[in-house]
Design a protein around this ligand. Structure first.
Ligand code: ARG
Length: 564
């Protein structure tokens, strides 16, 4: 059910095949104002090719194109505007949505190709920050969208569980730590130690040297170092799972940086074999001058490895294990240089698959315009934020709908939904100001607003004792309220594909707001239940809206309660 496709096929014929169908399809727009029709084809590009004024071309095309589903085709100001035949189109759309249900908008473009998605990837022994939330929710939505479009996503949580910082943490623990307090409150205590280390190291830089020594011990599998590290890691994972459970997110692999400890020597060997390794200042590097990039550090002077070394090993491992066609890294803007370097080294190693690697960056969460930094302890703990959101959602339910059955469950869906939606509605590369107040608003452009719209539509179905029957859908309404909703429903598959292609869940979020708005207008202006004759068809529209809202929310990782 795609009228753009029909239209592009008709254009293709009318132009005697002079422009490709795909290209034509891509040129079709939605007119700025609804009185200009439902689809528009700009004739300006053709005007150059044909050396005729655009309006002349539009008129010629208008005379050639007709379809039983087009009410009229008009040439206006160099555009060819199509007005769809409202009744048959409305019926076809509703039948299609209700037939396909949650598969409406599903496609096979991905061909079963594997896409690995490296996302969330928090650092052990540090709290799960608001920054990691962005990676988590964006990555999850991208995985869901890819899956919907026929790709095979592999979700990888590349835990930050290796590196000099663990040397530092061990030093801090040995100097100032206390087993009992850490056991009581692991993440907060470990963070305190980490922050103290950095404060003390400013006065006493020798501490840094100590930190490096202990990381070296860790890489050499020193017993004491390993056992402390395992303890810190176990405690962290417990905390992280609480958050993933709240968000309803799971992973296919938790192979973090430490997993690659014994796989880095291999990378170093290959680099040597390919004569790519150079010594600089005692360290081993791959130069990337020709790419305009600083050299990529592979081994430090003391032979310890780096973040980049581990990422090289991980990329190779992922290709060998999953045979990916694309490999995505959902990581903040500030790591762009790192990924450019890693990708450039893999290109120099002449791995064909380097073309499939992509860093999908996103902006920061700012507090009063400033970056939140773990080192200085200026973090807001995600778990606290989630719990507060859930608590607020519960208060809201208690006042508005005290008789609701599964209050806890709904509160959890709404509270987490608010936070996820707040993040995803912004284009990912923009910075977001952290504001609990904004996140938890239950009106306006928010997750709870979409969820509420869905629940409201659902209650209408219950009240009207709706029973599904696609054979008796006969929409007679031709008013703008109905038509806006129909057009929105029609757009869903395209919105999914576009947001998938640009790895941009905000397009789905914005779409859901739009559909909710048009549905709420419909709801307040069309008498859905009062008119026996039209009731079934109108409820079929309501049903279609619930299907699309629920599926759209699902693609963002948000639940859609039937009552709230
Ligand atoms: N743990 C890192 C951080 O918090 C993010 C890891 C991203 N993924 C990767 N393959 N480098 O900054």
């Amino acid at each position: 059910m795609n009228y753009k496709l029909d239209f592009s096929a008709l254009l293709f014929e009318a132009l005697d095949g002079k422009l490709e169908k795909n290209k034509l399809f891509g040129m079709i727009e939605k007119p700025k104002y609804s009185h200009l029709g439902d689809l528009a084809f700009p004739c300006f590009e053709l005007s150059k090719q044909y050396r005729k004024p655009p309006q002349t071309i539009a008129i010629e095309l208008a005379n050639k194109i007709e379809s039983p589903l087009f009410e009229k085709v008009e040439a206006i100001g160099g555009y060819l505007n199509v007005f769809l035949e409202k009744q048959p189109v409305s019926n076809l759309i509703l039948v299609s949505v209700i037939n396909k249900k949650n598969h409406y908008g599903t496609s096979k473009v991905g061909n079963g190709d594997v896409v690995t998605i490296d996302f969330s990837s928090p650092n052990i022994a540090k709290p799960f920050s608001m920054g990691h939330l962005r990676s988590t929710v964006i990555g999850n939505a991208i995985a869901l969208m890819l899956d919907k479009c026929g790709f095979k996503p592999v979700r990888i949580n590349y835990l930050g569980d290796w590196g000099t910082q663990f040397g530092k943490l061990i030093v801090a623990y040995k100097l100032w730590g206390n087993e009992h307090t850490v056991r009581e409150n692991p993440i907060k205590e470990l963070l305190k130690l980490y922050v103290k280390f950095h404060e003390e190291a400013e006065i006493n830089p020798q501490l840094n040297e100590k930190g490096r020594e202990w990381f070296k011990k860790l890489e050499e599998a020193d017993e004491e170092a390993i056992s402390l590290w395992e303890w810190f890691k176990g405690e962290s994972l417990k905390e992280f799972s609480k958050i993933y459970d709240l968000l309803g997110i799971s992973f296919d692999s938790y192979n973090g940086e430490a997993f690659f400890n014994d796989k880095m020597e291999n990378i170093v060997e290959i680099l040597k074999e390919k004569s790519l390794l150079e010594t600089s200042d005692g360290a081993q590097v791959v130069t990337l001058n020709e790419k305009g990039l600083p050299p990529c550090l592979i081994k430090k002077r003391d032979e310890t490895t780096l973040y980049a070394t581990r990422d090289l090993a991980a990329a190779l491992y992922r290709q060998n294990t999953y045979n990916f066609s694309k490999s995505l890294y959902i990581v903040g803007n500030e790591q762009s240089l790192h990924f450019n370097q890693v990708f450039a080294v893999l290109e120099k190693m002449e791995y064909q698959w380097h073309n499939g690697l992509a860093h999908i960056p996103f902006g920061m969460i700012l507090k009063e315009g400033k970056k939140m930094s773990t080192r200085k302890g200026k973090v807001v703990l995600l778990e606290d934020v989630l719990n507060e959101a859930i608590w607020l959602a519960e208060q809201n339910i208690l006042t508005k709908n005290p008789n609701l059955k599964s209050k806890k469950e709904v509160a959890s869906a709404v509270g987490t939904g608010a936070i996820i939606f707040h993040d995803l509605k912004h284009f990912r590369q923009n910075d977001i100001e952290f504001s609990l107040h904004e996140m938890l608003k239950f009106e306006g452009e928010t997750g709870p607003y979409v969820q509420y719209t869905h629940a409201r539509a659902f209650s209408l179905l219950r009240k009207g004792q709706y029973e599904e029957d696609i054979n008796s859908i006969q929409i007679k309404d031709q008013d703008n309220y109905t038509w806006e909703v129909i057009i929105n429903l029609m757009e869903f598959p395209e919105v999914i594909e576009k947001s998938m292609e640009s790895y941009d869940p905000s397009q789905i979020a914005k779409y859901l707001i739009e559909l909710s708005r048009s549905f709420n207008k419909y709801y307040s202006s069309v008498r859905i239940l009062d008119d026996e004759l039209n009731k079934h068809s109108r409820l079929s529209l309501v049903h279609s809206v619930t299907i699309v809202l629920k599926e759209g929310l699902r693609l963002l990782g948000i639940k859609a309660p039937e009552e709230m």
